[in-house]
Design a protein around this ligand. Sequence first.
Ligand SMILES: [Ca+2]
Length: 137
Amino acid sequence: CPDGSWTKRGSYCYLAECTPRNAEQARERCASYDATLVSVHDLDEHLFIQELCRSANATFGYTCDVLFYLGLSTNDQGLTWVWDDGTPSDYFKWGGTEPNGMFEFCTAVNVMPGKGWGDVVCGREEGYICKRCEYIV
Ligand SMILES: [Ca+2]
């Protein structure tokens, strides 16, 4: 994994950053690391990224919100949800009544224990999680 605050899990590297950015800025930031906004494919990975973000919050003195952008978005009003990294949409961890937004085409994870994902307005400024392969060929 790259030097610094990246965490290795399986053959992937993850980075949670607290700096508030809108979805497009977060996407660009991940791209600058040769990464994409995170995709999540099972409960273990969901719990892992929640913990990762809580650690990032602790590192930065709890200045972050509880929401962090995921790389999951919709281009058809929520009919289908697609991961930025092109991996299959094979797992969802929506919280409560989410997704529930008429104009919420991006998604974020609530990192508090027991919470899930929600659709959010893409212009919101939140933390975000980047993910990349350990080895880029
Ligand atoms: Ca929502």
